[in-house]
Design a protein around this ligand. Structure first.
Ligand code: NAP
Ligand code: ZN
Length: 352
């Protein structure tokens, strides 16, 4: 069986290190991809350290990475959409049955047979679970591969494959656009994409952050206003005024303080995935008939729509490019909130 070089964690506390993994032969419907860049999502860290144990236990070795941009090196005989040399993307999904009601509705992430890019039972039997993008190559069925607008910088495109689609989808679902006031909580990888996308959609965008030092960046990224969430006066001034708030926070926080900012009939969507459950006061919701919802990544069609939208608006993530050898340092810096605003791994470092 063909192999690939990769970086993996082998236990919740081990540093990620080099490993050789199997990658299946290119079947009739497969696309083989040389990975150029892979974004570093906070979910990679949660999963590598088994922080979601009660929901999605980690199977080791774990090769994270679901923000993949690469070049097609081989296609199966039945592949029609891609050719050798094409620049392509792979996000959080690498398989689905394509026939169930969820797939038919464009929600492959909820397909009973959905295969996620890493730590998901591998239907091809290549390994017990799938291995992600911290690797020099990957083999993915054609239906799950995305086209990348050629003029965008590939290092900055990689994070669109998760952070981009995860924020684009709930913004669209809530009809974000001109005349809407949208709050983005947490200016990290997801949050900064949320700001760029909501701004490009024409909304009035407000960043709600715990970090006063990010205020200037927030405006540069497209925010019309910035609220420092620890400042109770600023929070009071905006009470009951938001059509929608997108909560992109990775750690424990008081969601009621943000629900208080939502207008009557407005919505708060959670995309952040803290380790522990968040207590919600019923009063925070029923005073104002507010809705609290969640959103998981996005299906293939909306991922392509988001990539095309980013192509039209020249949107990419603000990235700090790192070699794979710096991944453990990058995780520590992500926890310290020291990344502007996404690490993108240059996979040439794995081929050296
Ligand atoms: P990230 O880059 O680390 O950003 C998280 C941001 O949350 C930080 O920049 C910080 O922003 C804020 N924050 C951190 N600790 C906080 C605290 N204690 N209280 C309030 N705010 C805090 O992470 P990410 O990659 O954007 O991911 C964010 C979360 O989304 C993760 O839990 C990840 O697993 C999840 N996720 C979910 C989906 C989905 O489909 N739903 C997809 C991808 C990722 P400020 O400095 O501005 O406060
Ligand atoms: Zn992610």
């Amino acid at each position: 069986m063909p192999t690939a070089k990769a970086y993996a964690s082998v236990s919740p506390t081990a540093a990620l290190a080099g490993i050789t993994i199997p990658r299946r032969e290119t079947t009739k419907t497969d696309v083989r991809i040389e990975i150029l860049f892979c974004g570093v999502c906070h979910s990679d860290l949660h999963q590598a350290r088994d922080e979601w144990h009660s929901v999605i236990p980690t199977v080791y070795p774990c090769v994270p990475g679901h923000e993949i941009v690469g070049r097609v090196t081989q296609v199966g005989q039945g592949v029609t959409k891609f050719q050798v040399g094409d620049l392509v993307g792979v996000g959080c999904l690498v398989g689905a049955d394509h026939s169930c009601p969820n797939c038919q509705g464009g929600f492959e992430q909820f397909c009973p047979s959905a295969t996620f890019t890493y730590n998901s039972p591998d239907p091809h039997g290549t390994a017990p679970v799938t291995y992600g993008g911290y690797s020099d190559s990957i083999v993915v069925e054609e239906a799950m591969v995305l086209r990348i607008p050629a003029h965008l910088n590939p290092a900055g495109v990689a994070p669109l494959l998760c952070a981009g689609v995860t924020t684009y989808t709930p913004l669209k679902r809530n009809h974000v656009g001109p005349g809407k006031k949208v709050g983005i909580v947490g200016l990290g990888g997801l949050g900064h994409m949320g700001v760029k996308l909501a701004h490009a959609m024409g909304a009035h965008v407000v960043v709600i952050t715990t970090s006063p030092s990010k205020a200037e960046d927030a405006r540069r990224l497209g925010a019309d206003e910035v609220i420092i969430s620890k400042n109770t006066d600023e929070m009071k001034q905006h009470a009951g005024s938001f059509d929608m708030i997108l909560d992109c926070v990775s750690a424990d926080h008081d969601i009621n303080a943000y629900l208080n900012l939502v207008r009557v009939g407005g919505n708060l969507t959670l995309v952040g995935a803290p380790e522990k459950p968040l207590p919600v006061s019923a009063f925070s919701l029923f005073f104002g008939n507010k809705t609290l919802s969640g959103s998981l990544i996005g299906g293939i069609a909306i991922t392509q729509e988001m990539l095309d939208f980013c192509g039209q608006h020249n949107i990419t993530a603000d990235v700090e490019v790192i070699p794979i050898q710096k991944i453990n340092e990058a995780y520590e810096r992500m926890l310290k909130n020291d990344v502007k605003y996404r690490f993108s791994i240059d996979m040439a470092s794995l081929r050296d």
